[in-house]
Unconditional design. Structure first.
Length: 297
């Protein structure tokens, strides 16, 4: 697992997909986002306590909506996050046109709190190594690509990562319940349950239809965080992202944690499996090979 340095805007044209899909991190020593300093200072000065419901302030580009924050400064928060989101998308499109042709634009977020020492339930802790999965936004086998920027004026953001999903899953997916979830989803009852959930969702009811893949990835996220042996003994790689830097990574391919850091911006893209340079590297492809079942159901 390596940092692949990208010198923006002078990066040499090449297909960077294989680097990301192999579990490497695209690293920008100088952020490619031209974010006004007054906007950064404004975000860093926000009063945000977090809590059990919201870990971050989220921006939804599709609806131009902010969640996790309320108050008189709402419009300026929306403007700052909208600006970041648009600039992140512009850079990502230029670097990864094959992904951009197929991706779905997901949420952007601002992470205002110091990560070190946060008092959170185990499954919400960012300092435990995990792969990402979204409870409210299933991907049905697509991948989670995230673009981060450290806007702290002086402090490094420290990540700890482990070996890529292709190495971790064969060792841990069976114990995390892969075969049980796959068998359950393929059963007559499982198929009926899935069809009912999708129908109810289509009619606007607050039901989240999930594929077998999504159910497993949620379980795997929690399994890794609760697995003391994995947390203590898995391979670990330390990366320090200094102020003013940015990085891009598939956070479901790369098990990761945040050891410390404050004031980060992030934009998420949902990338379908068939947009990859090598679809066999997608977590869903790896899991389907392990269990011998279609996990998109």
């Amino acid at each position: 697992m390596n940092l692949v340095t990208v010198e923006w805007p002078n990066a040499q044209p090449r297909d960077l997909r294989p680097e990301l899909e192999a579990g490497n991190i695209l690293y920008f020593p100088k952020s490619p986002f031209d974010l006004p300093e007054d906007s950064q200072e404004f975000l860093r000065g926000l009063a945000f306590s977090g809590g059990a419901v919201h870990k971050n302030i989220a921006y939804r580009p599709a609806s131009d909506r902010v969640t996790g924050f309320s108050g008189a400064a709402m419009e300026r928060v929306r403007s700052a996050l909208r600006d970041y989101s648009r600039k992140a998308v512009e850079v990502a499109k230029a670097l990864l046109p094959a992904y951009a042709a197929r991706w779905t634009l997901d949420y952007s977020s601002f992470r205002p709190l110091e990560e070190q020492g946060r008092d959170l339930p185990t499954t919400k802790r960012n300092d435990l190594i995990h792969t990402d999965a979204f409870p409210s936004r299933p991907t049905f086998g697509s991948l989670i690509l995230r673009f981060f920027a450290n806007i702290h004026p002086t402090k490094t953001r420290v990540w700890i990562t482990s070996d890529p999903f292709a190495d971790v899953a064969p060792k841990h997916a069976p114990s995390a319940g892969l075969n049980h979830i796959a068998d359950q989803s393929a059963s007559a009852v499982g198929r009926l349950t899935n069809q009912s959930a999708r129908l109810l969702h289509r009619f606007g009811l607050p039901v989240v239809p999930r594929s077998a893949y999504d159910r497993f990835m949620l379980a795997f996220h929690d399994y890794l965080k609760h697995n003391d042996d994995f947390q203590a003994n898995c391979s670990k790689h330390r990366f320090e992202f200094p102020p003013g830097s940015a990085w891009m990574v598939f956070t479901d391919v790369v098990p990761h944690s945040v050891e410390s850091g404050q004031f980060a911006l992030e934009q998420t893209f949902i990338v379908p499996r068939d947009a990859l340079a090598n679809a066999g590297r997608a977590p869903i492809s790896i899991l389907e090979s392990l269990c011998g079942r279609n996990l998109q159901v």
